[in-house]
Design a protein around this ligand. Structure first.
Ligand code: PMV
Length: 330
């Protein structure tokens, strides 16, 4: 059975602890959040691939490997659509034929903000096109294919974004051992604040490399500290000990500041969140702009949200979700 139209979705993510240090082999904790990216796939009766991003106002189609624009900037479209073309081609390879496909992406996750929007889009598109063609695409395949797409976007990504978008939940990630799902029974009430500043993960990672190369004996104990923070947080998550978790987020942020990856735009929002009663607040992802994340008890969430907004951020409440990529409907 071939469906005429399928919608799939995948969650965005937030790095709770351990970003940057993870690049040097330390562990990090990542959560899927209840902010999802939606991809609709439809069959066409020609052999063309049409792509549209509703939120980015981009539309175009591929003709003999060349992108023909219909809406928006060609430069931005190439950046967003090339990985999606690869995703569709990988699914068509499994299918064994090349029908025409329309793909429409709908997302409220800010891009280049550290929330893993590109990986979530790739995972949702893989699942939607797979289901459209009734191709057996297991979660492992969605992960593998969206990881390939992420390599086009980021060069050498750790793989944590496609993993969390595919499998959902809370993952402990370490370069040499990979992913391990963490048992987290309790809810983790978070407020995420977007600075509105887009930044490049690659440039931020370079900045840290420079600091580490220049001051190895200073940075080495910071790495150890970051590891201890994550190990301690695993217990705090198990025990639903939000106070400890908040402290650990604050300490983690101090270490990230030391590496030079915070920014004024982030500091305003982090301080505002703490003053409004957050248990902890830190930058999340690569820093230099992008997003911060605050942990707050339920009764404080609104206050923290307001404070971040007044400080110039774009805040939203986020809950962890166990649901990874999924088919929404046909
Ligand atoms: O901001 P993001 O989601 O691109 O996160 C980057 C996380 C880093 O640890 C800084 C880099 C990485 O590859 O793990």
């Amino acid at each position: 059975m071939v469906w005429m139209e399928v919608v799939a979705s995948a969650p965005a993510k937030v790095i709770l602890l351990g970003e940057h240090f993870v690049v040097y082999g330390e562990p990090a904790i990542v959560l899927a959040i209840d902010k999802r990216v939606y991809a609709k796939a439809e069959l066409r009766d020609d052999k063309q691939l049409y792509l549209r991003s509703v939120n980015l106002n981009l539309a175009g189609h591929f003709e003999n490997r060349f992108l023909k624009m219909e809406q928006g900037s060609a430069k931005e479209a190439r950046l967003r659509f090339e990985p999606l073309k690869l995703v569709v081609e990988k699914v068509l390879e499994i299918y064994g034929e090349s029908p025409g496909v329309n793909v429409e992406v709908n997302s409220t996750v800010p891009v280049a903000a550290g929330l893993g929007s590109s990986a979530a889009v790739a995972a949702a598109v893989t699942a939607a096109v797979g289901a459209l063609l009734n191709v057996k695409v297991a979660k492992e395949d969605v992960f593998r294919i969206s990881y390939e797409a992420e390599k086009i976007v980021h060069g050498t990504p750790s793989g944590v974004d496609p993993a969390i978008s595919t499998f959902g939940g809370t993952l402990l990630f370490q370069m040499d051992t990979g992913f391990r799902p963490l048992e987290v029974k309790a809810d983790i009430p978070l407020v995420i604040g977007y600075t509105g500043v887009e930044r490049s993960t690659r440039a931020q990672v370079e900045k840290v490399r420079h600091i580490r190369d220049t001051y190895p004996r200073v940075v080495e104990p910071m790495m150890k500290g970051a590891r201890e923070i994550v190990l301690r947080a695993i217990d705090a998550l198990k025990e639903d000990d939000l106070e400890t978790l908040g402290d650990l987020m604050n300490i983690n942020h101090a270490l990230l500041c030391g590496l030079g990856v915070s920014a004024e735009s982030l500091e305003w929002l982090i301080n505002a969140a703490r003053k409004a009663g957050a248990l902890g607040a830190k930058l999340t992802g690569a820093g230099g702009g992008g997003c911060m994340v605050a942990l707050a008890e339920d009764e404080r969430l609104e206050q923290v949200l307001d404070a971040i907004q007044r400080a110039g951020g774009r805040p939203f409440v986020a809950r962890k979700t166990d649901e990874g990529v999924r088919i929404e409907g046909t």
